[in-house]
Design a protein around this ligand. Structure first.
Ligand code: DGJ
Length: 815
């Protein structure tokens, strides 16, 4: 809800308040952003100016205490005394860098305001078609009408609203718009900016961010999600001290180095308690986020397009829109903020046919085959997958042109008949005959020099004239600033999708941008942003026309995991790293910003191809099931027991899929460093699944406690360990102690026995109400070498268990 009284803007969500006011000089002064407050509180909250602060520039000699440097602001310019990090750097029409944007007017409109060419959040609880709804209601009788009217009222109360404020640097005829869209139900406010030049002389943007926000410091730390290939989104905490703390990307994509989303939390915040602010950007290119602490205890948060190599000229009548930034706050710790982000993404970012829809269990052939496959290998793999319960078969890289390694063929999307003699459509039909949906890999933004496309159209690739060019994974980037290249991709990819009736696409992008240059641009400062605008146009054209296709975006794993891509692709391949212990950090890190329904998570073989870590099959599943489950390994090398276990895993996943993909996901604080606890609870609070993961074991592990949050305190629940296999080989030489005869632990008999014989891992079962579950259940002892029995939990290194929690139905006679 947005209201305005006495020059104060009150932006209200279900649990938060965001207030700012127009100062006597027309600047927008931030007043408060935090837990919901009633409006009467405003006086006490206002920042006081009873003394002048030395070394300050007075904005106006009439009031020397009014110094922009010391005010908490919603936007700040340059040249009038604010020396903190500025959200813009503009060479104004009069050639100076000074700018001072002053309030002119505002309007409040229902719903969101789309941004041309850029993805943005949306609200489909719009009130169109209301009249016909009521007409129909009469036909359907009163109870239906009552329900719909209530539904409509709720929609009205929770629908988003937008505040559009016009500011002007009056003397220079340059207008700045600040947009605030309030999504009340999910506790999110989005912000963005637009600049228009109405001056006869051009202006040049060298930096133009999406938002700026000044908040009083509370001993904050900045939490970022960083890494690189196969180690994306690991959480890092930095204390905010004086000066600037940044989080940015220069690779041309949002990058695996630093996800655009970051948090600002008071130092003592935990997963469940404390003040946490969350920020993210609906953008897939170079981003820049920062937090600066000033000498007067104000923290300035900025976020937007990275000014790195950015320059944009606006002639008279032209405008520039910055991408939309997403803000949220919770006093319920990190999980509080994550829940807001999760709901926001599921409701207001992901769109189309796959919004809120259960995602299929897929089998991807990449890690099974890499480039070495033929039709019979693929069909054999697909059939085995079908037997285990898989629903979608994904043919990854290597199906086209001369793509037999990563050195050739990229760009030539015509089927390789040596590998697939029945053609792509023929092959896809065979997959469908098996009873699976068919999905296909592309890397449409790239080209190998050794390809027909490059030989025919070398000008499609990005290179700087007169300079040597650089390759990444032996490939060049196509010039998506060029509309001819965009059209080529739209046509060639679209044609294949229709011909083969593809129902899922993995859209890959495997290198960072270098040699940035497009002959289509007169100003190369526009390159990075134009590339992303080109990409968005391509995605829009291909996929909005084919809404039945489930798009999974990928960039060597999670190199482009961002809200911009999520507006087109409901899920993203989180990482090329499928080692479950690494995934605890990767999926765990991503979960601060993105819900499980957005994360591709696959079970692969062990020892793991990148880390060589040997992990139990159960743990590989237990981690992957907190995302969109897939399998990515050569099934023919699995034992009968392992196949049986996978079949059970898939059946379990399908049974609980709604909960695992769309439940309320939380990270549970663990007292010990070698434990990770995750949980997900359904909306009705009748069902939950908890994951208990042990990274490295320690000798003689103490008592483990399983805490489950967010259930109803007074309701009784049954909690039971999910049954899983325990393979004899985990015991190594110890087996001789439990067998009547002594056998060589590495010998043939035991290796064979391991394939056909397994033990059941410890299963525990308890009843308790939600309050007890929150206090924690003390689990059985872990195995510690003293002896083994089926009541002992055998975790060791990398062991884990899932616990299923379900409400205990009251028996009729007890009611
Ligand atoms: C990188 C992706 O992340 C992998 O999953 C796979 O699709 C390869 N590219 C194929 O080249």
């Amino acid at each position: 809800m947005i209201t305005v009284k006495d020059n104060i803007f009150y932006l209200t969500t279900k649990d938060t308040s965001y207030w700012f006011q127009i100062t006597k000089y027309g600047h927008l002064e931030q007043v408060y952003y935090g837990p919901y407050l009633r409006e009467q509180s405003i006086e006490g909250l206002r920042f006081k100016r009873t003394a002048t602060i030395g070394s300050s520039i007075a904005y106006d000699q009439e009031d020397v205490s009014y110094c922009l440097d010391n005010l908490p602001l919603e936007w700040s310019g340059i040249g009038y005394g604010d020396y903190r990090f500025s959200p813009s750097e503009i060479k104004m029409p009069d050639q100076c860098f000074a700018n001072d944007f002053i309030y002119v007017s505002h309007e409040i409109v229902a719903g969101h305001i789309p941004i041309e060419g850029l993805p943005h959040a949306y609200d489909d609880s719009c009130l169109e078609g209301e009249a016909c709804l009521e007409g129909e209601a009469h036909l359907k009788g009163n109870s239906w009408l009552r329900e719909r009217v209530l539904e409509k009222e709720e929609k009205k109360a929770t629908a988003c609203e937008t505040l559009k404020i016009l500011l002007s640097d009056e003397a220079k005829k340059v207008y700045l718009y600040l947009f605030y869209t309030v999504y009340p139900k999910v506790n999110v406010i989005t912000r963005r900016t637009r600049i228009e030049n109405h001056h006869k002389e051009p202006l040049v943007l060298r930096k133009f961010l999406s938002m700026m926000l000044d908040l009083p410091n509370r001993n904050f730390k900045m939490i970022t999600f960083d890494g690189g290939w196969i180690k994306e989104a690991n959480r890092h905490d930095r204390k905010i001290t004086y000066g600037m703390h940044t989080n940015f990307s220069t690779t041309g994509a949002s990058s695996n180095r630093h996800n655009p989303g970051f948090l600002m939390a008071e130092e003592q915040a935990t997963q469940h308690k404390g003040w946490v602010y969350g920020f993210n950007l609906i953008y897939s290119g170079n981003h820049f986020g920062g937090i600066e602490l000033s000498g007067h205890d104000l923290t300035r948060v900025v976020l937007g397009i990275n000014p790195h190599c950015f320059e944009w000229e606006l002639k008279k009548g032209e405008a520039f829109d910055a991408p939309e930034a997403v803000l949220t706050f919770s006093d319920k710790g990190f999980n509080g903020v994550s829940h807001h982000f999760h709901d926001f993404i599921n409701e207001h970012i992901v769109r189309g046919d796959w919004k809120g829809r259960q995602r299929p269990v897929l089998l991807n052939n990449w890690e099974a085959h890499f480039f070495k496959f033929n039709q019979s290998k693929l069909l054999h793999l697909a059939k085995q997958g079908k037997d285990l319960g898989v629903e979608l078969f994904v043919l990854d890289d290597g199906w086209f042109g001369e793509r037999n390694s990563d050195t050739a063929g990229l760009g030539d999307y015509h089927v390789n008949k040596k590998k697939l003699p029945s053609g792509l459509k023929g092959f896809a039909d065979k997959i469908r005959e098996i009873g699976l949906e068919f999905g296909l890999w592309f890397e449409p933004e790239m080209v190998n020099e050794d390809s027909e496309l490059f030989r025919k159209h070398p000008e499609y690739a990005i290179r700087i004239p007169g300079r040597r060019n650089t390759l990444g994974r032996n490939q060049l980037v196509l010039d998506l600033c060029n509309s001819k290249v965009q059209d080529y991709i739209i046509e060639s990819v679209g044609r294949i999708l229709d011909e083969a009736k593809v129902s899922y696409v993995k859209w890959d992008m495997n290198r960072h941008i270098s040699d940035a240059f497009s002959p289509t641009l007169t100003n190369q400062g526009e390159f990075y942003h134009r590339y992303i605008l080109g990409l968005y146009r391509v995605l829009e054209e291909i996929f909005t026309k084919r809404p039945h296709i489930l798009l999974e975006s990928c960039s060597s794993g999670g190199n482009r995991f961002d809200l911009g891509m999520l507006c087109y692709s409901p899920q993203v391949w989180s990482s090329d790293d499928t080692d479950p212990i690494e995934r605890l950090r990767i999926q765990g890190g991503l979960s601060y910003l993105y819900p499980p329904s957005t994360m591709g998570a696959h079970v692969s073989s062990a020892p793991h191809q990148q880390t060589l870590r040997e992990t139990p099959l159960s743990t590989r599943f237990n981690v992957s099931c907190f995302g969109n489950l897939g399998y990515e390994l050569d099934l023919k090398y699995l034992t009968r027991l392992e196949k049986q276990e996978i079949k059970e895993q898939i059946a379990f996943y399908k049974k609980h899929r709604q909960l695992l993909q769309y439940g309320r996901f939380s990270r549970i604080e663990s007292l010990k460093e070698n434990k990770v606890l995750w949980q997900t609870v359904n909306r009705e609070q009748t069902k939950a699944i908890s994951g208990f993961f042990q990274t490295l074991t320690t000798a003689s592990e103490g008592y483990d406690v399983l805490k489950v949050f967010d259930l109803k305190k007074e309701v009784m629940y049954q909690i039971t360990t999910k049954q899983q296999n325990l393979y004899i080989k985990r015991f190594g030489g110890l087996v001789k102690h439990i067998l009547p005869v002594e056998l060589d632990p590495n010998g043939l008999i035991l290796r064979t026995a391991n394939k056909v014989h397994k033990l059941d891992d410890c299963v525990e079962s308890y009843q308790g109400d939600g309050a007890l579950l929150e206090a924690g259940i003390r689990l059985n002892n872990q195995f510690m070498g003293s002896h083994y029995n089926p009541e002992t939990r055998l975790l060791g290194d990398f062991g884990s268990n899932l616990y299923v929690i379900e409400v205990v139905e009251e028996k009729e006679e007890e009611k």
